[in-house]
Design a protein around this ligand. Structure first.
Ligand code: ADP
Ligand code: MG
Length: 395
């Protein structure tokens, strides 16, 4: 499959030349190559991935670029254009989950997982330049993991499939970073294709490319980055995951994937109120993902709005992972002509998305900014997102 890379108005050659030049500035020679992997929005299907359910994300034009050159020794040197940490130097032979911290845990975590899987990873110099907003729920973390996994896969000749690289990134996130996340983010980054959402069955790992032509339908998906960082929320995320596991155990099923909407009334009698509401979110959310895919095929994107909004209410009231800023973004967009809106990503902050008629874009942007100012919230960052290509080598 051909991988086209969407990077706003810059073309691929310019993006790769920039990353290579920044690499050369720091390391004094050219990289072996430049790889790029996108962030994502999740159109629908939240917290369903680790319940072996369904998700429907799409890659966005914001990407992590990594320029890498292998070294003859076992030293890794890493630097990011973001932050002020400067150059980090580590001995790869001493890597362990307990000694990887900060942003380098993402690229080093990937190197460590590959080594755990028997792949010989030599030393490398790495320059990261990412345009995915950090901690905004648009998966800047999986963008880094996916770009690095793809790069090291190419450079070491490991020849893992993209599906296998998804699991490498997830394992780095789980075992090294310590975030108990599913396969949503890495799948979106590695398996997306331009103009499509990725419909993923997280049990069978079956992937379907679902056409999503927003321009044709005269629609825009607006992302509202509330700039409320969700980085503190690892404990809350783990608590939701634990509730799902408890629910499945009490109901006697392997995962909540195995519970249908019809079985919910019976489940209500077996579970405490909180666990029941967590379960109800997952079960109805899986159903909404399947409905969204069906409605997209039968009636087109303008018709999926109510499903997106129902998903938000389920996350707000049953799964309890929203926050006042996300709720305000959703409510304001809906009150000003959005067809549907929901928070996207793991929750507790980050971004919301709104599906809107292209003609209402200016009005909705203004309304959301005004509402945030009136509420005394931080100024949100609002931008349109379109289904972009998945990760690839760009030079
Ligand atoms: P999200 O994936 O939603 O953006 P995470 O908390 O999962 O949020 O990942 C954010 C982390 O990723 C940051 O704390 C930082 O360690 C790392 N990160 C993201 N972008 C960059 C960057 N440009 N440079 C260095 N580290 C980054
Ligand atoms: Mg993340």
């Amino acid at each position: 499959r051909e991988l086209k890379v969407a990077t706003g108005n810059k073309d691929q050659a310019k993006v790769s030349a920039e990353a290579a030049a920044m690499f050369a500035d720091v390391f004094g020679r050219a990289p072996d190559g430049v790889w790029q992997a996108p962030g994502r929005v999740n159109l629908i299907g939240e917290h369903t991935d680790y319940n072996e359910g369904f998700v429907l994300p799409f890659a966005i034009g914001h990407t992590a670029k990594v320029a890498i050159r292998l070294r003859a020794d076992n030293t890794a040197r890493l630097i990011s254009s973001y932050g002020d940490e400067g150059l980090v130097t580590v001995d790869l032979t001493r890597l362990a989950p307990s000694n990887m911290h900060g942003w380098t845990a993402y690229p080093l975590g990937v190197a460590w997982v590959l080594a755990q899987q028997g792949i010989r990873v030599p030393g490398f110099d790495l320059f990261l330049d990412s345009s995915v907003p950090n901690g905004a729920g648009l998966s800047s973390s999986a963008a880094i993991e996916s770009a690095v996994a793809l790069a090291l896969n190419d450079l070491t000749g490991a020849a893992l499939t993209r599906q296998e690289l998804v699991l490498v990134g997830q394992r780095a996130e789980n075992e090294v970073v310590g975030a108990p996340t599913g396969i949503l983010d890495q799948s979106a980054s590695l398996l997306s294709s331009e103009g499509h959402a990725v419909f993923l069955d997280c049990r069978s790992r079956h992937v379907e490319q679902v056409p999503l032509d927003l321009t044709l339908a005269q629609l825009v998906v607006l992302a509202v980055d509330t700039r409320v960082s969700h980085a503190h929320a690892t404990g809350d995320y783990a608590a939701r995951r634990a509730s799902c596991e408890l629910g499945a155990e009490v109901l006697g099923v392997p995962t909540l994937r195995d519970v249908s909407v019809n079985e919910l009334s019976e489940a209500a009698g077996l579970l405490d109120d909180e666990t029941f509401r967590r379960v109800r979110h997952i079960v109805t959310e899986n159903d909404r993902v399947l409905s969204t895919v069906a409605v997209l095929a039968e009636r087109g994107p303008a018709a999926i709005g109510p499903l997106l909004t129902a998903s938000h209410l389920s996350m707000r009231d049953d799964f309890e992972i929203s926050c006042p800023e996300l709720d305000l973004a959703v409510e304001t967009a809906l009150a000003n002509g959005a067809l549907g809106a929901r928070m996207t990503g793991g929750g507790f902050g980050g971004s919301a998305i709104a599906l809107i008629p292209a003609a209402s874009e200016a009005g909705i942007r203004q309304a959301v900014q005004t509402a945030f100012a009136h509420a005394g919230f931080r100024k949100p960052d609002i931008f349109a997102v379109t289904p972009a290509a998945g990760a690839g080598r760009i030079s």
